[in-house]
Design a protein around this ligand. Structure first.
Ligand code: PAF
Length: 284
């Protein structure tokens, strides 16, 4: 596996690959790789000649400086894992390389899509995501780019970004990979201590309880039920729970006549903010 740290070097490398007719898959990550990332990498290796994994803890998407500072950084372990999944190129730039000193933060607007959930609770987050994803698409020029469904709103934002800026890339979204007890895999799970780790699967349990009641109870009652359920779990503080349209991510107040909804939540477990979601088909 080649390791590239410079912007000019990745640009030159992918241009040469593209000229020789190779297809390129990009798996953008912030490192601390887990099975969820590895599935994306394996899918990319199957569908493209060359797989590029980017590892960059992107400062512009963190609205909380502590979250940025404490985000797990495990480049040595990540590199070893990447070698095992046939990744061809690791692009791991330093922040100064991506954001040179005179950098002006671009301003994106995603309208209603960013007015809810993560966009509403993390001001500037999706602006930072759109900035780094645009940079990566320009630099790596992938034919396909791979994202996990755990970040459902991010996938919707990136989809809108691709349409708005006419990026010539196919987005591939993969289902969330879970631990045996249901906890969605996330790099941030590494920061949970033993008690917090035991509490964290209740987020998924809350989603499943809500799913089971969707056809029987009004949405407002389900929301209150999720808040009450998580309220009893020590060390867990619910930030939001939403029943949303999976495409627009706008709240759904009544599921009658609706074919599919996304149940989404964010909660703070100890010092760590976690998100999760499930898609529910209401026809079957
Ligand atoms: O999902 C992530 O890990 C990040 O938001 C991404 C897409 C790599 C951009 O920094």
């Amino acid at each position: 596996m080649e390791i590239i740290k410079q912007v000019h070097a990745i640009r030159e490398r992918v241009q040469a690959l593209r000229c020789s007719g190779k297809t390129i898959g990009l798996v953008p990550t912030m490192g601390a790789l887990h099975q969820g990332h590895l599935q994306l990498l394996k899918a990319s290796a199957q569908e493209n000649d060359i797989t590029v994994c980017s590892i960059f803890v992107n400062p512009t998407q963190f609205n909380n400086p502590d979250d940025y500072k404490l985000y797990p950084r495990t480049l040595g372990e990540d590199t070893a894992l990447l070698e095992q999944v046939s990744c061809n190129i690791l692009f791991a730039p330093d922040p100064e390389e991506v954001y040179p000193q005179q950098h002006t933060l671009l301003q994106f607007s995603f309208g209603a899509l960013e007015a809810v959930m993560e966009g509403a609770h993390r001001p500037g987050h999706f602006n930072g995501v759109a900035t780094i994803v645009s940079k990566l698409f320009h630099l790596v020029q992938p034919h396909r780019a791979y994202f996990g469904q755990k970040d459902l709103q991010q996938v919707a934002i990136v989809r809108q970004l691709v349409q708005s800026l006419s990026f010539d890339v196919k987005l591939v979204c993969f289902p969330t990979v879970r631990e045996e007890d249901g906890l969605a895999m996330s790099s941030r799970n590494k920061r949970l201590d033993a008690a917090q780790r035991r509490a964290a699967p209740h987020l998924y349990m809350a989603l499943k309880k809500a799913e089971a009641q969707l056809q029987q109870r009004p949405v407002a009652a389900i929301k209150a039920g999720v808040a009450a359920y998580l309220g009893q779990v020590g060390g867990v503080e619910l930030e939001y729970f939403e029943v949303a349209d999976p495409a627009t991510l706008q709240p759904v107040a009544d599921v009658r006549g609706v074919r599919e909804v996304a149940l989404c939540l964010a909660a703070v477990v100890g010092p760590v903010r976690l998100i999760d979601n499930i898609l529910v088909n209401l026809n079957g």
